[in-house]
Design a protein around this ligand. Structure first.
Ligand SMILES: C[S@@+](CC[C@H](N)C(=O)[O-])C[C@H]1O[C@@H](n2cnc3c(N)ncnc32)[C@H](O)[C@@H]1O
Length: 235
């Protein structure tokens, strides 16, 4: 009996479904999507509004600026989409910062259900009622969760086996070993009086690896003392 192949699946719940696939339809992610290496379904939250104005938001309880996305509408959208074991992730500036380790863990699973907030955010009660985990893509505020969701999907999709060619391996990338990546160069040998470092054209692979490691450590120490403090020494 042939078994159905299940591909990594991303579901995005949004008030702006036309924003997808956007950049995810291009380049590496787009080719992989077209080849069926992953799948994307986009759910229009407004489709779950029931009043005649199809309202998805209302004024904040207690007053204040802006609007809040309604719990009942969003809960119906989630219930119609996420009847499986995939993590339900609410894109949120107050969430846990997304890391490469988390991206790798999410890629190893069945996929993700991503909820894109708008306005002042979503009614707190739906977060608890539907077991949403809040994830942030950085300490700044976007106007909506769609770009954050696309960033997460893009980071995951490129780690799906076979999506990146061997030539683009993620093994030596920034964060792979808790370090930033070493500097990269390509031809021409001399650019505006700046040569490629001699070691990189020496052909000595041992020396090249040692130089790259030292540069990666130096950059991490200088630019990201937080990462440097957390890194485990190489075995
Ligand atoms: C204008 S923001 C709401 C900001 C919210 N009032 C606050 O101060 O935390 C609207 C939506 O954008 C998304 N968003 C904004 N910044 C984000 C970030 N750094 N990471 C992930 N999602 C973000 C969230 O889905 C959020 O609900």
């Amino acid at each position: 009996m042939t078994q159905a192949v299940t591909v990594w699946r991303a579901s995005a719940l949004t008030l702006f479904p036309e924003m997808f696939p956007g950049p995810l339809g291009m380049s590496l992610a787009g080719k992989a999507l077209a080849a069926g290496a992953w799948s994307l379904d986009v759910v229009d939250i407004r489709g779950f509004a029931t009043d005649k104005h199809r309202s998805v938001d209302d004024t904040p309880a207690g007053g204040g600026p802006g609007m809040v996305m309604k719990a009942d509408v969003l809960a119906r959208a989630i219930d119609a989409t996420a009847a499986d074991t995939r993590p339900r992730l609410l894109m949120s500036p107050r969430g846990t910062p997304l890391t490469q380790a988390r991206v790798a863990a999410l890629t190893a699973g069945a996929g993700v259900v991503l909820i894109c907030g708008r306005f002042e955010g979503i009614d707190e009660r739906v977060i608890a009622a539907r077991g949403l985990e809040e994830l942030s893509v950085g300490d700044y505020v976007l106007s909506g969760g769609e770009i954050a969701a696309m960033a997460l999907i893009d980071a995951c999709v490129r780690l799906i086996p076979g999506v990146m060619g061997k030539a683009d391996s993620s093994a030596e990338e920034s964060f792979a070993e808790g370090l930033l990546e070493y500097p990269q160069y390509t031809r021409p040998q001399l650019f505006e009086g700046r040569p490629i470092p001699d070691v990189l054209i020496s052909g000595d692979h041992g020396k090249i690896a040692a130089w790259r490691r030292a540069e990666a450590e130096k950059l991490t120490r200088e630019r990201r003392p937080d990462l440097w403090a957390k890194r485990r020494p190489a075995p």
